[in-house]
Structures are given as structure tokens and as C-alpha cells.
Design a protein around this ligand. Structure first.
Ligand code: PAF
Length: 283
């Protein structure tokens, strides 16, 4: 498998592949790859001749320096895993901070029509400026035809779609269903850092939002939100940061339930020091 550390070499290689008529799928990641990432890569391989996987822990999207320091770094295992998927059709790009940022490791400032102020944006200051900066730069370097993102980070997915629209970036953005462990826990690189006790209790998050979805069929958003909050008060190992039922188009919390709108429930929870997010379509 070809592994590039440098954007110029990668760009030349991709230009040559495109000149031969290959389409390029792209899966941006921060490494610590798991089956959720593999499902994105497989989707990319179904749609394209070549899939580029970037592995880069982007410092500018971390609001918490400890989270950045402790983020799992497993590059050898990541490459080994990708090799089992395909060693001829996958290209890995694993740049240094300098290759991406030069000597100025800072974010650009973005407006995403307000999508950036809700939920993750409210709790993780500057996060979506960091995400916008890195994804825009990676799109410029990789020049993919299609890019694949997991719906676990649904707000991120909506923001990237908005960025592509507002900045007229010629990339098709495809959202892929959340990949869950058998017990329902949404796959995340951060799961590797859960203690055994927290890993055991973490499926409670999905179980709760799944029941919330059923309740939303007959109850108001307010009643469902209160019910979720009560469930977490009774669960001492998990700390609820937010539970929000929001309109998918605006990501604003629901005001009055309308059958014309599409809603999703979003949740962020601390399991010890590890922050987990999840979400579920409601209608
Ligand atoms: O979802 C992620 O892993 C990251 O936010 C991304 C899209 C790779 C940008 O660093």
C-alpha cells in the first residue's frame, strides 16, 4: 500500500491516477481505525477505483489539550488494518502538522449559517473552525470526487455539506450510517480509552436514545428530554452533557413538532474522562 507523508508527492500521484480515468474516494480520519472507518472505506471502494485515507490528528479542532495529548495514536495497526481491506486500491496520507499548517498551526474562521453554534459548537469552542480548516485543506490536496463521513458526527457532516455548498468545492459529500458494536455502542476511536467498567455501561447511551425515539412518537420533545435527563441521573457512571432534539436542516432545538420537518436526537455523555456522542433519526 502506498503511504504518503507529503502533500506534493500525494498530489502528483493522484493527478496521474485521475489522468488515467480513475475516480477518487476520500475518507478523512484521525486514525485509531475501527470497523466504522472500514465500512466508510468499503463504501468508497464500491463507488471508486481508488480510496485515499488520511490519518491526521488535527490539533486545531481540539478544545481540550488533554484530549489531544491522549487521543489514541496507532499508525502501524491502522496501516495493517487498511492492508487487509486492499493494498492496491487504498492510498494513505499521514502528514505532519507542518505539511498541513506550515509554521502557523491555527484555524481559519468559518460561518456555516449558524450550524456551528449548536450542540458540539456550543460545548467545544472553536471545534468547527478546526474541522472546517482541515477538511477544506485536505479536499484541496486530495481533490476527491466523493468524500465519506460517518453520521455519528452528524453535525460535522451537515457542516461539511454546508462548507462545500458555500465555498463551491467540487466534492460530493456522502453521509454513511452509524456503525455500532453488537451491544449498540456507536464505534468511535475514543472507545479504546474507556475503562472496562465504562465500556460495560456505555451501551446505555444508545439504549436510552432508542427508547427516546419511541417516546417521541407520542410525547413532546420537552417530555422526552426530561425523561432522558432522569435516566442519566439514575446512572451514576455516566454524566449527561446534553440531549437535544433538533431539526435536521437547521440543527436548532425543536420548537413545535411538525410532521413536515425531520428531527434527530443528539446526545453527549461523559463516561469517566471520555466524552462520547451519538445521535438517532426520529422521523
Ligand atoms: O471525524 C473526524 O475524524 C475528524 O473530525 C476529521 C473529519 C477527520 C477531521 O479531522
Amino acid at each position: 500500500m502506498k503511504v504518503f507523508l507529503n502533500k506534493i508527492d500525494l498530489s502528483h500521484h493522484i493527478d496521474a491516477l485521475k489522468a488515467e480515468g480513475n475516480t477518487i474516494g476520500f475518507v478523512p480520519t484521525m486514525g485509531a481505525l475501527h470497523n466504522g472507518h472500514v465500512s466508510l472505506v468499503n463504501r468508497g471502494l464500491r463507488d471508486n477505483q481508488i480510496v485515499v485515507v488520511s490519518i491526521f490528528i488535527n490539533p486545531t479542532q481540539f478544545d481540550n489539550p488533554e484530549d489531544l495529548t491522549n487521543y489514541p495514536r496507532t499508525i502501524d495497526a491502522d496501516i495493517e488494518l487498511l492492508n487487509t481491506v486492499s493494498n492496491s486500491k487504498i492510498i494513505v496520507y499521514t502528514p505532519s502538522n507542518e505539511d498541513i499548517y506550515g509554521d502557523q498551526v491555527v484555524s481559519e474562521s468559518f460561518h456555516f449559517e449558524g450550524l456551528e453554534h449548536e450542540m458540539e459548537g456550543a460545548f467545544r469552542k472553536g471545534h468547527f473552525d478546526g474541522v472546517g480548516t482541515i477538511v477544506k485543506r485536505l479536499f484541496e490536496i486530495v481533490k476527491p470526487d466523493v468524500a465519506y463521513f460517518g453520521e455519528k458526527d452528524f453535525q460535522q457532516l451537515q457542516i461539511i455539506k454546508k462548507m462545500v455548498e458555500l465555498h463551491q468545492i467540487p466534492v460530493k459529500v456522502v453521509g454513511c450510517s452509524i456503525y455500532r458494536a453488537k451491544d449498540g455502542l456507536a464505534m468511535s476511536s475514543r472507545n479504546a480509552r474507556l475503562t472496562a467498567v465504562h465500556r460495560d455501561v456505555a451501551p446505555f447511551i444508545y439504549k436510552t436514545i432508542n427508547t427516546a425515539k419511541a417516546k417521541f412518537g407520542t410525547e413532546s420533545a420537552e417530555v422526552v428530554t426530561e425523561w432522558v435527563s432522569e435516566q442519566f441521573k439514575a446512572q451514576s457512571l455516566l454524566e449527561l452533557e446534553y440531549f437535544v432534539i433538533a431539526d435536521v436542516a437547521t440543527l436548532k432545538p425543536i420548537q413545535i413538532k411538525s410532521s413536515n420537518n425531520t428531527y434527530r436526537a443528539f446526545i453527549a455523555v461523559y463516561a469517566g474522562d471520555i466524552r462520547l456522542i451519538d445521535n438517532i433519526a426520529l422521523n
